[in-house]
Every structure is written in structure tokens, then in C-alpha cells.
Design a binder for this molecule. Structure first.
Ligand code: S3P
Length: 425
């Protein structure tokens, strides 16, 4: 797929549903009692993997594009699947479901695509084992496939080395089934969708600073869930609206949960014109419309507690930094190396191929902005966020930019290229 520089972007967009919230709505609906109705669901490949896993465990789930109805089986109503669970490309599916499966009265094997089979699972295997889980890496390499024999679980306190909502959520979900309270402390607060939504489903869960605590549950109760648009998807249009000259985009219904809103903070700190209005709140998840217009950006340092609030946006932020005046430093972001691809290495390689001045560091990147970008052949590594980042790079650069394996955007944003085309004037 080829891209060329565009003159300007204009228009209005409604961003597809939040991926993290969509996964959780299906998972929690499946282990709740009653019918959970979900609106604004993201029908991307990752969330479909979650639906298929729970269907295999006996849950009836009706999905019609962005509307989903989950006929929950109750906390103890899942049944043994008759084959391996396929989590596809989804780390969220693999890790969160492992917390639930550790406490069932059956055994199961789960795996995913070649990317999932390279992603670190020790981060969930270790704490779940501390709780009494019988979970092993089938190939003994701390990666999927994972084999889990359901077991009796104990409550623990866990000090996590990484700020990871997937790790935190796996432990909290196992904690629903444990024989005492379970708490997780993280170095920085990661996204809190699990805590907010589980509370809505009736779980006893509390948060204090960087610690979340859950009490064992006897039952969860079905909910109506409205999923806001995914700020991680909106980020590509926020960046494009700032970077393409003479542009103005209205991006509707974007989730702005404070544990996810680092992109907005960074855009503003870099000097971007961004206005939020029409703020709403459903299930504790705030959302707003965002108006963005072309801006002159300056380089900044992005580090520390800000990192988990924009972890998935760092590829597109790195692109923004190439167009900013001065130097942008991204640090404390070693987690980027263990995403769908090694996003530090892939960003540095592809941005360098386009002429950017970017250097890889231990835990991030240093980007000297202001060098003009030119087209190149981009290996997306089939990583959806890399593909979308370089589609935006392609509409900003001189000459032709070619994306290899562009179709991977179906993971989180199936209509991305059509939405982008609609904004190009
Ligand atoms: C997610 C958490 C983050 C994020 C991922 C979705 C979630 O991963 O990068 O896209 O839904 O909990 P980590 O928990 O590994 O940081």
C-alpha cells in the first residue's frame, strides 16, 4: 500500500471502541450472571479472539458489528473447551484469560500467533503460581503456548516490577476466585479499566495510590456497557491533525480516562492546539470530543509515570518528534521492546530509512526533530500500530512510502485507511 504527501486534512471522525475496554466487557460479561449488553464494542481481530475463546468455553455471545450481547455463565459456569484456545495476536486476551483459567475446574491450553508466542509470560506465570496456580509454558521458554490446570487459589500481595495493566488484571481476576484478598502494587499506575469495570459488575475492589486490592467474589452481575472510542486509535488522527499543514479534525467520543490520557498531555506540552469538549462519563470512563488543528511542535522529554498512560502511543509520538523543533527524549519505556513487535528497534529502523535523526537507547529513543522525511519501503512487522504510524508518516513525507503487510491494522482499527482517506482534502 502506497502513501504520498497530502495538502491538508479536514473533517469529522468517530473513533472505534476502546480495545482494552472491549476485551474486558466480554470477559467480565462471560463470568457474570445475566445478560451483558455492550455498545460501541471494537470489532477488531483482537477482541474477536476474546469472544471466540469464551464461546469455546460455553458462553453464548451474539456479536453484530459494534453491538454485543453476552449471555453470562456466572463466576463458576465456564466449561472445558474441546480444543486449544487461540488468542491470536492479543496479549490482553492471553494474559487476562490466564488469570481466570487458573481458577477453573478444568485444564486448558492457550496459544496465539507467532508474535504472541514470543511475548514474555513469566510476568503472569510467576504471580499466578504464587497464588497456587498450576500454569506452565509448554515449550519451557516462558512464552505461550501455556497449559493451565485449574487449581484452588490463595490471596497474595504482589509487587510488580512492571507497570502493566495486563499483569495487574490477570492477578486481580484470579483474586476473584481466591480464598482471601489479593493486592497488586505497581511502580506507576497502569490503565485502570479492570478496576472500574469490575466494580460495576459488583466486585469488591479498591485502589490506593499504585495498589489495587480485590476481595473474593461469590458472583458478578451483568451490566450495560458503553465503550468509548479508543484514544490509542484517535492518537493517529491527533498527530496527523497537528502535523499536516492547514488541517482541522474533529474527533468524536474519545476515551480520556486519566490513566490513558498521556497523549493529550504530550500534544499540549509539545505546543499542539487541542480542545476538548462535550465531556461524558459512562461506567466511570470519561470521554470527550477533541478538536485538533495544525501546530508548530517543540521537542520534550517523556518519562516516568507518564509512560504507562501513553505506552501504545509512543510510535506515533516518535513520529511527531521528527517534525518538532529541538530534541525529544523518550525514556523509561523498555516495555516497548516486548509489544507486538520490538517497537523501539522497528521505529528507529523505519524512521531512519525515511531520513529522520533518531537514536535507539536502552529504554527509549532520542529524536532530533526538523530533518525532512522522505518516502521509503516500511516493514511493519505486521504490528498494527507501526503500520498506522507509517501511513501517517507517508502522508507527510516527500515521495512515495510503501507499507508492507498493511492489513494488520484490522487488529485494532479495521477502518483506519478508509477513515484516513475521508479526511484527505
Ligand atoms: C493493555 C495494556 C497494555 C497495552 C495493551 C493493552 C490492556 O499492555 O500496551 O495494548 O488492555 O490491559 P501492558 O499491560 O503489557 O502494559
Amino acid at each position: 500500500m502506497n502513501f504520498h504527501r497530502v495538502k491538508q486534512l479536514h473533517g469529522e471522525l468517530t473513533i472505534p471502541g476502546d480495545k482494552s475496554i472491549s476485551h474486558r466487557s466480554v470477559m467480565f460479561g462471560s463470568i457474570a450472571k445475566g445478560i451483558t449488553e455492550i455498545q460501541g464494542f471494537l470489532p477488531g481481530a483482537d477482541c474477536i479472539s476474546t469472544i471466540n475463546c469464551f464461546r469455546k468455553m460455553g458462553v453464548t455471545i451474539e456479536q453484530n458489528n459494534c453491538s454485543v450481547i453476552v449471555h453470562g455463565n456466572g463466576l463458576h459456569g465456564l466449561v472445558k473447551p474441546d480444543s486449544i484456545l487461540d488468542c491470536g495476536n492479543s496479549g490482553t486476551t492471553t494474559r487476562l484469560i490466564s488469570g481466570i483459567l487458573s481458577a477453573q475446574n478444568f485444564s486448558v491450553t492457550l496459544t496465539g500467533d507467532s508474535s504472541i508466542q514470543k511475548r514474555p509470560m513469566a510476568r503472569i506465570i510467576d504471580p499466578l503460581r504464587m497464588m497456587g496456580a498450576d500454569i506452565t509454558s509448554v515449550n519451557n521458554n516462558q512464552c505461550a503456548p501455556l497449559h493451565i490446570n485449574g487449581a484452588h487459589l490463595h490471596g497474595i500481595h504482589y509487587d510488580s516490577r512492571v507497570a502493566s495493566a495486563q499483569v495487574k488484571s490477570a492477578i486481580l481476576l484470579a483474586g476473584l476466585y481466591a480464598d482471601g484478598p489479593t493486592s497488586v502494587t505497581e511502580p506507576y499506575v497502569s490503565r485502570n479499566h479492570t478496576e472500574l469495570m469490575l466494580k460495576g459488575f459488583g466486585a469488591e475492589i479498591s485502589c490506593n495510590d499504585t495498589t489495587a486490592t480485590i476481595h473474593p467474589a461469590t458472583e458478578l452481575y451483568s451490566q450495560h456497557i458503553t465503550v468509548p472510542g479508543d484514544i490509542s486509535s484517535a492518537a493517529f488522527f491527533l498527530a496527523a491533525g497537528l502535523l499536516v499543514p492547514n488541517s482541522e479534525l474533529l474527533i468524536r467520543n474519545v476515551g480520556i480516562n486519566p490513566t490513558r490520557d498521556g497523549m493529550i498531555r504530550v500534544c499540549r506540552e509539545m505546543g499542539g492546539h487541542i480542545t476538548l469538549f462535550n465531556q461524558t462519563n459512562a461506567g466511570g470512563e470519561p470521554a470527550a470530543d477533541i478538536l485538533v488543528s495544525s501546530s508548530n511542535l517543540k521537542g520534550i522529554t517523556i518519562e516516568g509515570s507518564l509512560i504507562p498512560t501513553l505506552i501504545d502511543e509512543l510510535p506515533i509520538i516518535a513520529l511527531m518528534a521528527c517534525f518538532a523543533q529541538g530534541t525529544t527524549i523518550i525514556k523509561d519505556a523498555a516495555e516497548l521492546k516486548v509489544k507486538e513487535s520490538n517497537r523501539i528497534a522497528v521505529m528507529v529502523k523505519n524512521l531512519t530509512a525515511m531520513g529522520a535523526d533518531v537514536k535507539e537507547t536502552e529504554d527509549g529513543m532520542i529524536i532530533h526533530g526538523g530533518k525532512p522525511l522522505h518516502g521509503a519501503i516500511i516493514d511493519t512487522k505486521s504490528d498494527h500500530r507501526i503500520a498506522m504510524t507509517f501511513a501517517i508518516a507517508g502522508i507527510l513525507a516527500d515521495g512515495e512510502t510503501t507499507l508492507q503487510n498493511p492489513e494488520c491494522v484490522t487488529i485494532s482499527y479495521p477502518e483506519f485507511y478508509n477513515d484516513l482517506k475521508r479526511c484527505i482534502q
